[in-house]
Write a protein that binds this ligand. Sequence first.
Ligand code: ATP
Length: 538
Amino acid sequence: MEMEKLVSLCKRRGFLFQSSEIYGGLNGFWDYGPLGVELKRNVKEAWWRDMVTAHDDLATLPGAPEAYEMVGLDSTIIMHPQIWKCSGHYDLFHDYMVDCRESKKRYRYDQVRGRWVTHRDRRVFITSSAEAAEQEAENLTQRALKFFNLRGKNAEELKWEGEVVSLTQAKDFTQVLGPDAKELGTLTEPREYNLMFKTIVGALGSDDDAAFLRPETAQGIFVNFKNVLDSTRVRIPFGVAQMGKSFRNEITPRNFTFRSREFEQMEIEFFCHPNSSRGWYEYWRNRRMRWYTDMGLANERLRLREHDPEELSHYSCGTADIEYAFPFLPPGEFGELEGVAHRGDFDLRSHMEGKLDPHSKPELKVELGPDGKPKWRGSGKDLSYRDELTNERYVPHVIEPSAGADRGTLAFLCEAYCEDEAPDENGKMQTRTVLKLHPRLAPIKAAIFPLVKKDGMPEIAQDLYRSLKKKAPAFYDEKGAIGRRYRRQDEAGTPYCITIDGQTLQDKTVTIRDRDSLEQWRVKLDDCVEEITRRVGG
Ligand code: ATP
């Protein structure tokens, strides 16, 4: 599937719009249109329902070490700035960027890709300026030809070396041709850049009142750990789920909504006894992977990638990413949908004591105050847990399945998009565009059409529409040829279309058409609402 086709469908049918479009847009921000908002709400609703409200806390689910409870939380976007110091985001949450002196553009260091090429005795690292991955190779050739002043027919004079690699592997920046530059060596050395958006709290705010928009929802859960324990009857093992907006000042937002500056996360912090945390990690990794396949992502485009042991922090015994082969990535590459991390007791301990782990990244330096002690500390509150049965006190371990609602929504859209052949109203086969979304995710569950605008058909159709709408999102359409009405619903991902026709007037039956199989069958008008709600899981 070509990504441009999906992007254009999203705009045309109101799934996604560029934010602030009439003012020229704002890079890295996206608005969800009338169909998109329903789709994304359904993704979040399915997650919340499957993970929290419909969770059976009395049963030991397959693969789980024991039964567990789940509760929800909704914390604020702006929190005490100390939280980000203790979490490590203030000191460590950065990317490296490079600037181009010639084009004045800024790039994320590790995302610039290029390849070494030699012509005569000049060896240059040509970087790609192609937006789409599939154009990368062609773009590199064109840029190299232009740089060496060669014609297309002389392309074989170029001696390419190795594979296309990240700029991080090109040591000598003087021989690099930046993605939008005409001259060599215009890229600056990489510089560190904190990804948190800063803001000021209060009218008289100075820099001392600086606060941050949260770059993840997780910390809101850790700092409320005691509140949740004291206000509910949950006992370990239990999970707290939260979804909401997060903000990251990404250097190069790109790939549609995949890398945005404002996005939504769906996160769970699962608290358990240190002795059983490994088993819980495995459970959550598999549980979350299964959720994506249940929602319709195909196995061959979905994978679970365990991080190498050397990539892990010493407190963690595992991190796995659930990844999807997005069509905008080069063949064979996958993009992260969700990370499932075993975080040990690192987070609760940091908020308790404020000491960052001495074994963690060496570049972490804690600023010392005049008394020689670290300038910032944790909350000083006891965030340990006492087991009422055994009287054991411990700091729980945490398993964190952290998903992105926008990346999930984008993956479901990519997976659903397809073009196939369907007969038009004259029985002629025509190409149609269809979104084969899982019925739970589809923005509209059923559309209702009177075949013609007379003989009482619209009245029957409108009555059915009103009854169905009480149970499931439905759409009424009486305009244009029936074939075109079907096509519009196929593009919107509507699983069922119901038609009121001449036969309805005689025997009170209607036709239901299935979006994917194109099968049509008749049901009694009076049974129609029940049939649709049963099929879409309402
Ligand atoms: P990446 O390496 O792609 O930047 P990450 O490892 O920093 O992602 P996490 O910090 O693990 O991401 O965040 C958890 C989830 O939040 C990700 O799996 C992703 O679904 C989502 N997410 C993170 N950053 C963005 C972003 N800029 N735009 C959209 N979703 C994001």
